[in-house]
Design a protein around this ligand. Structure first.
Ligand code: MG
Length: 517
């Protein structure tokens, strides 16, 4: 037994909290490790979530439990779409040889179907960077097209790239615009529609699913933390359910790959869940009254289901109303985790009191990029403040110089001209000019340094527009910079909400576009 912990642990005098943790460890007690979690691996909240009040936790499958090897999936998606464009829409074989750059697109981009442009807009509809094909538009072109009138992003003229499944659409569209424009005028709307319909068909029919199911390890990340995480929830008394839009055959194949044989206490993947619902047709699950069906392990419908749900059964379709009655858990005690801003999050929030959590896969790499560029981002913030201050000083010196000039020419209007003060005024003018030159040189140097840092930081994120919250702060700071500041205008950042486009799409179909159903 340690009689005086502060003496037993010399570090305690310098840092008592650290000593306290060391003491706990020495005594064999559990030591809180919350601060050890890297920032990129943390969970961020908009409001309090008391897990002790959550009784039932639901999971979407694609991009929630099942993360994809994105590059492989995009490559397959492009391949299957090209097959359909050539075979069914009469596109030339040569499009197979185009360079489809997977790094070109990020979630949150907007496609202007009328003009064939891809841009990034912020939450206010303010358009940042714009690409036509894979060429960035100049500031003047961008201003001419998107700043002279209000952009209505809910218009059918625009399409959102709102899921990771949709990235290949933007990649293909930009590459094919470059290709076809070399041959003549392009019908941008028709090209977009053809790509959109073919890629959707590839997701719906067996084209992609057959290949993924045969090579699951190539397409789906087998996360060793998944099974222990689900086990932790279950062992702390939570019930769990799976609610996916994917059909049973695909769900079964993917979930087997992820969870079968992961932990000895669970005989198969279904034993991790109290309720399994496939072909859930979200967002209609939250808005319509589709009945629940029970199916067997071969996917055959056994009949309609009503009432309580049972373990080891498989359900299909359904709706939130019957679900809540069947599980007997209050809506505000349900937590649903998904990745789709509209189908999983917004629709659930509007139709229920479920708590929701969203998987934003890109956040991990973006936070890592912020960490890796921390010094550079801080330097840019310092420079941005410096630019504002220099700008203000330049304005003051310009005003002073004008006043001195006026004084030298006209004298003081309230007094007789003071001839004897002329040398003093001249000296003040020389000093003001010298100071002005000095300030302008400092401003140019700071702006050049910002531009150079911008270039490096841009490469760490994505050239079409993805940017961290750190950049948002810079955008605000830069808005204060006056017209005298040279170049280096910060671009748009990740602030868009893709919900409207999804709402339009969802009205047309009972599944979300881009899903493997
Ligand atoms: Mg999903």
């Amino acid at each position: 037994m340690v009689a005086d912990p502060s003496k037993a642990h010399p570090i305690a005098t310098a840092d008592s909290s650290k000593a306290h943790l060391e003491l706990l460890e020495a005594l064999g007690h559990a030591v809180p490790r919350s601060l050890d979690i890297p920032r990129a691996r943390r969970i961020f909240v908009n409001r309090n979530l008391r897990m002790d009040e959550i009784d039932l936790i639901g999971f979407d499958m694609d991009y929630t439990l099942a993360l994809y090897h994105q590059r492989n999936l995009e490559s397959l998606s492009i391949q299957c779409t090209l097959d359909k464009l050539i075979a069914k829409r009469g596109y030339p074989e040569e499009i197979r040889t185009l360079d489809f750059d997977p790094a070109f697109a990020v979630r949150g981009l907007v496609v202007d179907r009328r003009l064939g442009n891809i841009f990034k807009a912020d939450r206010y509809g303010h358009v940042g960077r714009v690409f036509h094909g894979r060429t960035a538009m100049s500031r003047e072109e961008r201003h001419q097209l998107y700043r002279l009138e209000r952009i209505r992003l809910s218009s059918t003229r625009y399409a959102w790239i709102d899921t990771l499944f949709a990235l290949p659409e933007a990649v293909m569209y930009s590459a094919m615009i470059d290709y076809f424009e070399k041959k003549g005028p392009v019908r941008f709307g028709k090209l977009w529609q053809d790509i959109r319909e073919c890629i959707d068909e590839a997701h719906r029919d067996e084209s992609m699913k057959r290949i993924i199911k045969a090579n699951l390890g190539d397409y789906i990340v087998k996360d060793p933390e998944l099974a222990p995480t689900l086990h932790k929830f279950r062992s702390s008394g939570k019930k769990t359910f799976l609610l996916t839009n994917s059909a049973w055959d695909y769900t079964d194949a993917v979930m087997k790959h992820l969870l079968d044989h992961a932990l000895p206490a669970y005989p198969n993947w279904r034993s991790y869940f109290d309720i399994v619902i496939c072909a859930g047709s979200k967002p209609a699950f939250f808005t319509d009254k589709n009945p629940f069906l029970e199916i067997d392990a071969a996917g055959n419908v056994k009949g309609k289901h009503t009432g309580a749900f049972a373990r080891n059964r498989i359900y299909q379709g359904g709706n939130i109303h019957d679900f809540e009655k069947g599980v007997g858990v209050r809506g505000d005690h349900v937590l649903y985790i998904g990745d789709h801003i509209y189908g999983d999050m917004l629709r659930a929030k509007k139709s229920s009191v479920w708590r929701t959590a969203m998987i934003l896969q890109e956040l991990e790499s973006e936070l890592t990029a912020v960490e890796n560029n921390k010094g550079r981002l801080e330097r840019v913030e310092t420079l941005e403040r410096q630019l504002v201050r220099l700008d203000s000083e330049i304005s003051y010196q310009q005003m002073l110089l004008k006043s001195l000039q006026k004084l030298a020419e006209q004298g003081d209007p309230h007094h007789e001209p003071l001839a004897h003060a002329a040398p003093t005024v001249d000296a003040a003018k020389v000093e003001a000019k010298r100071r002005l030159d000095e300030l302008r040189a400092a401003l140019k140097a700071a702006a050049d340094e910002v531009s150079e840092n911008d270039r490096v930081i841009d490469r760490a994120f994505n050239r079409t527009g993805a940017r961290s919250s750190a950049r948002r702060r810079r955008t605000r700071a830069s808005a204060n910079r006056s017209r005298t500041t040279p170049a280096s205008t910060p671009r748009a950042c990740r602030t868009s909400s893709p919900t409207r486009r999804c709402a339009t799409s969802a009205r047309r179909a009972n599944h979300m576009p881009h899903e493997l159903v």
